[in-house]
Ligand binder design. Structure first.
Ligand code: PLP
Ligand code: MN
Length: 382
């Protein structure tokens, strides 16, 4: 067993054990299988009812096994965020991927063209020179690559800025025999964590107007093909569904969930639309100071966007709070009179799922107290 996989080896002995939860070597990343499967089914059902395809974003979990479960539940394919993720998922045999990020000409483009020989890989473009370079790379390999025009939606991260730029880029793509123009990518990232549902609704309408104009500009280059419009997030999908412009959703976090998304109430029901299936299990290592306990889950085990704290799901008294307080240690602050002891297991909902998963090699799959499997975070670091 390679040294870096020691933690896995220790917990591998527990696969199948009915009391594995109590015996886990920590810190360990856990997923509650029944909650995960329910979340996957629930988002798929909402998309099916609306007649919108679901292409879940695999950057949330980076895990081939979870991707396969999403496909089995009815997903049209998977999204990936980086050329490395595209390569890992393609080599694992996933047949249909969309890279939602634009990419640099040069080594990344060449790598992607190689991946496009392994599976159907759709790429997002926002620059004529990248389109021409990709067309040349596809020609060299004797393949045709499906592409989308990426549309700028407000964050100025990427995307063609307005209908004229969309038409200009579509014109370049249409001239290239080795590229197949499939539609638009219109990911409105600024809406995903907008806590106010009314603002989110207004934002989704504004986004829809922007998309309509871009689609008009694209149509002359699409012949009889109805342009695909792909985008959407776990936070805004209800409003984005209502806007009616999307043909495909890219939501990712819904399967795992996190504290930052708990603060967003997608459908105005007053609670998160999806419960968290993901957690990190830590153990108390010291508890000598009154009102405090120290655990083995520090800053290296949690990633957050805005300093959000992990949320205690179980294992600590009501009223306790948690804060990663140094590289390898976390601090539990306890209510008056409460105590924890060395060895106590605490399970924490993670602040932000995508970058937290990327801190772990393995996902421990739990059903109650039983460890049913250990899945690899296949695209970790990729
Ligand atoms: N699509 C793109 C391009 C993204 O960058 C993201 C998240 O950052 C998503 C979709 C949606 O992911 P989530 O549902 O996790 O917000
Ligand atoms: Mn995220």
């Amino acid at each position: 067993v390679p040294v870096t996989r020691v933690a896995h080896a220790a917990n591998a002995r527990l696969v199948g054990a009915a009391d594995a939860r109590a015996r886990l070597l920590t810190p360990a990343l856990l997923v509650e299988q029944d909650v995960l499967d329910a979340n996957i089914a629930a988002m798929q059902a909402r998309c099916d009812r609306a007649g919108v395809a679901l292409r879940p974003h695999a950057k949330a979990h980076k895990c081939v096994e979870i991707a396969r479960r999403q496909l089995a539940a009815g997903a049209a394919g998977l999204c990936v965020a980086t050329p490395g993720e595209a390569e890992v998922f393609a080599r694992a045999g996933l047949p249909d991927l969309l890279l939602t990020s634009t990419f640099a000409p040069g080594p990344a483009l060449e790598r992607l063209a190689d991946v496009a020989t392994l599976c159907r890989l759709t790429l997002a473009l926002d620059a004529p020179q990248t389109a021409r370079a990709l067309a040349a790379a596809a020609r060299t390999r004797g393949i045709r690559i499906p592409v989308l025009v990426d549309l700028e939606m407000g964050r100025h991260r990427a995307g063609a800025e307005g209908p004229q730029a969309v038409a200009a880029l579509a014109g370049v793509i249409a001239e290239e025999e080795s590229l197949v123009l499939c539609g638009l990518q219109a990911y409105a990232g600024h809406l995903s964590h907008q806590a106010d549902a009314r603002q989110r609704g207004l934002g989704a309408q504004e986004a829809a107007a922007r998309i309509h104009a871009a689609r008009e500009a694209l149509s002359p280059f699409m012949g009889d093909i109805r342009p695909a419009v792909t985008g959407g997030s776990t936070g805004a999908f209800v409003q984005e569904l209502a806007s009616g412009v999307y043909t495909e959703f890219q939501c990712g976090s819904y399967a795992l969930m996190d504290v930052e998304y708990d603060l967003v109430d997608p459908d105005g029901s007053g609670r998160p639309a999806f419960p968290a299936s993901l957690s990190v299990a830590v153990r108390v290592t010291s508890a000598n100071a009154p009102g405090l306990a120290t655990t083995d889950g520090g800053e290296k085990r949690f990633a957050a966007k805005h300093g959000t704290a992990p949320r205690i799901m179980r294992g600590a008294p009501a009223g306790a709070s948690y804060r990663p307080s140094s590289d390898e240690h976390g601090t539990v602050t306890l209510p008056e009179g409460a105590r924890l002891s060395p060895g106590d297991l605490i399970e924490l909902e993670v602040p932000h799922c995508d970058p937290t998963v990327n801190l772990y090699d393995f996902i421990h799959v739990m059903q109650g107290d039983k460890l049913v499997a250990i899945w690899s975070v296949d695209a970790r670091g990729a």
